[in-house]
Design a protein around this ligand. Structure first.
Ligand code: MSP
Length: 521
């Protein structure tokens, strides 16, 4: 079994912000979960470095696009580990190996008869790097996303015959209802297709910052075709992830992983780039005779004060400030818990702090410290062997499968909720069983043993399942339980044997500075 998940490659015209962090975190949760299932996993992220958005930003700073790209690519590269994201490779579209694949694949598209020379006339947003039809621009000919005034462009370009794929795309959507999720996004993509596809520019003449068109070096490829191909090109030169033998290559050597990981299992994106991924991308792959990805999952926007967060709108919540004060785990948890994955949701420092305190500190943190505390106090840390409480066990029955089924559909918030209900169940169990009462009565020692064992095992089970969301905290906690096993099969209640627990410092300390206060001197 192999699993290949991607994030969009981010534009290097600006620094990373919470919106980018969000997608990377979500893809990482999926990658980690699938690794827990023992699958061969490849997780790709990277940067989109060509095109007008980057060229314009560089010129505004008085530097060359390559310099801006180098500078900002480093910042995106550094973001992933700060989020505890475990990407297997970081692709840059200025990698020469990527450029060669773009040239090769798009030449094939031309040889297959899907490219012709034409004249483009219409609206163009340099921030989106997107051509817009008359009915797609706001009043005053403004970009509906960036609100900037658009210019009408006229250019001789090579075109991609998107219209030739009308029937095949409709057939794809009819045959594979899970190609795009959630359903609202599937419907949106399908209705765009049904409204009638028009051919789109494949190259740009005015621009020089891009991959050169091999059959006409006066042109560069339109940045979106260059960018989309990253998902495919990366596999041809990325080093094999640990444990995977690349066809003909080994880690660091750049083996060809295409046979192992293509087609991609999931492209995770936000709705701003829906059309490129759900219409252009499958059509392009069809034109190049490459197999289509399995799923595109389209999540919503993180909103602040009702507007999509973006650098150009200047309303950015700094993920680094959150991480610095509370750690990456807390950010990961908050974003996937508070905003239903797949829908838009508002984020704020106050709702972050509320979740941190009420759920991470008071629910999971307390459960861990109570369980370990009582085992230390009453049993010197030793966990007895024997049966688990059947009533509690019944409430955990099939949990790992349900979580897996949700993650299979990229329902990351629902999966987390399944787990969190068990965290709450365990806290109720403590209250119901009142181990402190049992501990006072020697005659009930066996009962106490069973309650403590059930609690420890329940805690272990939820912690294994929480690992993709809270990797560092989960590892610390499993370490204290003496049960480092992370596989999903091992998440079953009763699958592990905890013999002895060790004391643990508070997992989610409460005496932290609020997010928006200045750091303590
Ligand atoms: N370079 C293109 C993508 C090419 S993929 C072949 C691009 N880059 S981007 O830097 O603008 O990144 C857009 C993506 O960043 C979104 O699709 C989403 O994954 C993430 N997000 C950016 N802002 C976001 C929010 N406010 N909310 C949610 N996701 C956000 O488009």
């Amino acid at each position: 079994m192999s699993f290949y998940v991607t994030t969009p490659i981010y534009y290097v015209n600006a620094a990373p912000h919470l919106g980018h962090a969000y997608t990377t975190i979500a893809a990482d949760v999926m990658a980690r979960h699938h690794r827990q299932r023992g699958e061969e996993v490849f997780f790709l992220t990277g940067t989109d470095e060509h095109g007008e958005p980057v060229a314009d930003a560089a010129h505004a700073l008085g530097i060359e696009p390559q310099e801006l790209a180098d500078r900002n690519a480093e910042r995106f590269k550094a973001l992933a580990p700060q989020l505890s994201a475990t990407n297997d490779f970081f692709i840059r579209t200025t990698d020469p190996q990527h450029e060669a694949v773009v040239q090769e694949v798009l030449s094939r598209v031309r040889e297959n008869g899907f490219v012709y020379m034409g004249t483009y006339e219409g609206w163009y947003c340099p921030r989106c790097a997107d051509f817009k039809a008359d009915n797609e621009v706001d009043e005053g000919n403004r970009c509906p996303i960036h609100h900037i005034k658009l210019t009408r462009e006229q250019e001789d370009n090579y075109f991609f015959k998107l219209s030739a794929f009308q029937d095949r795309l409709e057939a794809l959507y009819a045959e594979r209802e899970d190609f795009v999720a959630p359903r609202t996004r599937y419907n949106e993509a399908l209705s765009f297709i049904r409204s009638g596809l028009r051919d789109v520019p494949l190259t740009r003449h005015k621009l020089t910052w891009g991959v050169k068109v091999p059959w006409d070096p006066e042109h560069v490829f339109y940045v979106w075709f260059d960018a989309l191909l990253n998902y495919y090109s990366a596999l041809s030169y990325a080093p094999a992830p640990g444990g995977v033998a690349g066809a003909g290559g080994e880690a660091g050597a750049g083996g060809d992983l295409t046979d192992v990981f293509w087609p991609a299992s999931y492209h995770v994106i936000a709705k701003d780039i829906l059309r490129f991924h759900t219409v252009y991308w499958p059509a392009l792959l069809m034109a190049a005779e490459i197999e289509l990805p399995e799923h595109v999952f389209v999540h919503g926007y993180l909103l602040m004060e009702g507007e999509k967060m973006s650098k150009s709108l200047g309303n950015v919540l700094d993920p680094f400030a959150v991480i610095e004060r509370f750690g990456a785990d807390a950010l990961r948890f908050y974003l996937l818990r508070d905003v239903q994955f797949g829908q838009d949701g508002s984020v704020s420092t106050s709702s972050f702090e509320l979740r941190y305190e009420s759920e991470l500190a008071n629910e999971l943190g307390n459960l861990a410290s109570r369980t370990i505390g009582m085992l230390s106090r009453y049993r010197d840390g030793a966990v007895s062997r024997g049966d688990l409480d059947p009533a509690l066990a019944a409430d955990f029955d099939g949990l790992a499968e349900r979580v897996a089924a949700h993650v299979d559909r990229a329902e990351l918030t629902l999966a987390l909720d399944e787990i969190w209900q068990r965290v709450r169940r365990l806290n109720r169990y403590v209250e119901e069983q009142a181990p402190w009462v049992l501990a006072k009565d020697e005659a009930r020692a066996e009962e106490l043993d069973r309650v403590l064992r059930s609690l420890a095992e329940g805690l272990r089970s939820v912690t294994v399942l929480l690992w993709p969301y809270l990797p560092s905290s989960a590892e610390r906690l499993l370490g204290a339980l003496g049960a480092p096993e992370l596989t999903l099969a091992g998440a079953e209640l009763g699958a592990g044997t905890i013999e002895h627990v060790e004391p643990l410092d508070s997992l989610f300390p409460k005496d932290l500075q609020p997010v928006d206060s200045p750091p303590a001197q």
